[in-house]
Design a protein around this ligand. Structure first.
Ligand code: AMP
Length: 575
């Protein structure tokens, strides 16, 4: 099916003006000239994102407008961020942090999170941001696999680390934000140490191929994978921010994503600051009125958010929109899940702006397919490949398919921000490149006759719920740790608001009876143990979970049965 109603084309005078010509002539190497250092003595993304701006006429420009749920507000200029990250970089160096060490962050969206990520890059270490809704199991997986040396967190969140502390021998120091007293042996106060530290720091120049950050993300099998990126990512971060998010020097930009997910790290820190943009961070939960008040108060011009949030705003109704002055908004983008045409049409009506969908992944490190200001939007399509990115639809043998044919979405390897490693798992890394010459995305899609890409689904069992990527194996493993659960199978089922919700099929141990209370108890168990966003909203107690003869849960069969779809080949089903 193709959408006939092409709805919008923004008049453009800046950024990407002619998509076709730019795509034809594009060469990644030409982007290097936008940076101070690109060869010789080495590079450092923190210099390009913060220090160089703090050292010129932009030193007093606001880098960060920050506000939290209690209306506490703070502002940081580029020189404030430079000074504070230099101080923290000195603290880290004094703790013995060296190039390549892993420093993990378990923080809400406080200013210290943003300052820490810059400071970690400055010492040449590798930052590992973690979503603050994670429970002990999810934290343990990440800190253990990466052998993190330092953790930066708050006393409240640290309680979840306490439970697993003894299985983390590589963890030497815990820097606690907002804690000056009652510190344990390996705990250090962030404030006391940074207050004492020198403001002068000599940045560590690194090779563009040196590691910058690790974000753990879910696949179908096994524990989360440590997707590792390098300083060279800055090339993609810089230019995709400019051309897809259409950011210009006088913009006020708000990315609603948390840095515990890739959008929050790349387009909530690096992309905007490489482009010297003032950005807003709101440290709080979703609330329609609060969100609109943020746009009004800071006169947000460019807004990058997600389909679930937009659907929730749509549900909150048009009336509350009228209470706020949103006239500053000039450009809206969305990512993370399919963006339904209804939402785009609604956005056009209530914000008087189209919403530009774009597609990418933790592994790709930057936006790969997008709707651009200079191209018409086909509602429901993810858009066209970014210049320098070759995206195709292929079959399992690597043969390119014709327009309209459904197949695997694949990218020709070699763009600057492509993942460089899965932290401790070479085999998992190689799996992405199993079809010669191609990076396989795990998504299925098709391309239409005009070169627009349309998302079809996942080729594997990974679940996307409210924009969060969840691996069924992680949830199943956590479930069977509950005393009542003998076996569990996890699938994603369609949901109008959250794209998908997690459904668990559970076989109970002897002596346990299905009941609404037990369901609740199991849900709470997963929220606390694994992550607040990863709990099964639906639970069905069942007598057995279908498995292959080799013992693998047949999630596809569970899903087909649940949704009343054809069950496909079940020849490997256990008798
Ligand atoms: P993550 O690595 O958590 O950002 O998740 C990446 C996955 O999210 C992709 O492989 C897709 O399955 C999904 N995704 C991201 N952007 C879009 C989009 N614009 N439309 C549909 N699915 C998307």
């Amino acid at each position: 099916m193709e959408y006939k109603d092409i709805i919008y084309k923004t008049p453009v005078k800046h950024g990407l003006i002619n998509y076709e010509n730019t795509y034809k002539d594009f060469n990644w190497k030409n982007i290097n000239r936008y940076f101070d250092h690109f060869s010789g003595d080495g590079v450092n993304i923190a210099h390009e994102a913060i220090d160089r701006h703090a050292e010129n006429s932009c030193k007093d420009k606001i880098a960060l407008h920050w506000e939290d749920e209690d209306n506490v507000k703070k502002q940081y200029t580029f020189s404030d961020i430079k000074r504070q990250s230099d101080k923290l970089a000195n603290v880290l160096r004094n703790l013995g942090v060296e190039k390549g060490d892993r420093i993990f962050l378990f923080l809400p969206r406080v200013p210290e999170l943003y300052i820490s990520i810059i400071a970690i890059a400055k010492v040449g270490a590798i930052a590992g941001p973690m979503f603050s809704a994670f429970g002990p199991e999810a934290i343990k997986d990440r800190l253990h696999d990466s052998e993190a040396k330092v953790l930066i967190t708050t006393p409240e969140l640290n309680q979840r680390v306490d439970e697993i502390r003894e299985v983390l021998p590589a963890l030497k120091h815990i820097l606690l934000v907002n804690a000056e007293h009652n510190l344990k042996k390996d705990e250090i106060s962030y404030e006391s140490e940074t207050n004492k530290a020198s403001e002068s720091f000599k940045i560590r120049w690194v090779d563009p191929e040196d590691y910058l950050f690790i974000l753990y993300t879910s696949g179908t099998t096994g524990k989360p994978k440590g997707v590792t990126h390098v300083h060279n990512d800055m090339v993609s971060h810089y230019i995709t921010t400019k051309w897809v998010l259409d950011l210009r020097e006088d913009d006020v930009y708000w990315c609603t994503a948390d840095p515990g997910w890739v959008t929050g790290t790349v387009y909530g820190i690096w992309g905007p600051w490489l482009n010297r943009i003032s950005q807003v961070v709101y440290n709080g939960r979703y609330d329609a009125e609060k969100w609109y008040s943020i746009i009004e108060k800071y006169k947000v011009t460019v807004w990058y958010t997600a389909p679930t949030a937009l659907r929730m705003l749509m549900k909150a109704g048009d009336k509350i929109i009228k209470k706020y002055d949103l006239s500053s908004l000039r450009y809206i983008c969305s990512v993370g899940e399919p963006l339904n045409p209804e939402v785009i049409k609604w956005g056009l009506r209530v914000y008087n702006l189209p919403i530009h969908d774009n597609w990418w992944q933790t592994e790709t490190g930057s936006i790969m397919i997008a709707n651009y200001p200079c191209l018409p939007i086909k509602p429901g399509s993810m858009g066209k490949p970014f210049p320098g990115v070759c995206a195709k639809i292929i079959n399992a043998k690597g043969k390119e398919l014709s327009p309209g044919e459904h197949g695997l979405l694949a990218l020709k390897r070699g763009w600057p921000s492509m993942l460089r490693r899965i932290w401790s798992d070479k085999k998992k890394y190689n799996e992405y490149f199993r079809i010669s010459g191609w990076y396989t995305t795990g998504d299925t899609a098709y391309m239409d006759n005009d070169g627009y890409f349309w998302f079809v689904g996942r080729a594997d069992d990974v679940i996307k719920t409210a924009g969060h990527r969840v691996g069924p194996f992680e949830v199943e493993s956590a479930l069977v740790e509950h005393e009542a659960v003998a076996e569990a199978g996890i699938i994603g089922i369609p949901d109008t608001e959250r794209s998908e919700i997690i459904k668990a099929f559970i076989v109970l141990n002897h002596g346990y009876k299905p009941s609404p209370n037990l369901k609740k108890e199991i849900q709470e168990f997963i929220k606390k143990r694994l992550a607040a966003h990863a709990y099964p909203r639906e639970i069905e107690f069942t007598k057995d979970v279908p498995k292959t003869r080799s013992g693998k849960i047949m999630r596809r069969l569970l899903k087909a049965r649940d949704l009343g779809l054809p069950t496909g080949d079940i020849s490997t089903l256990e008798e």
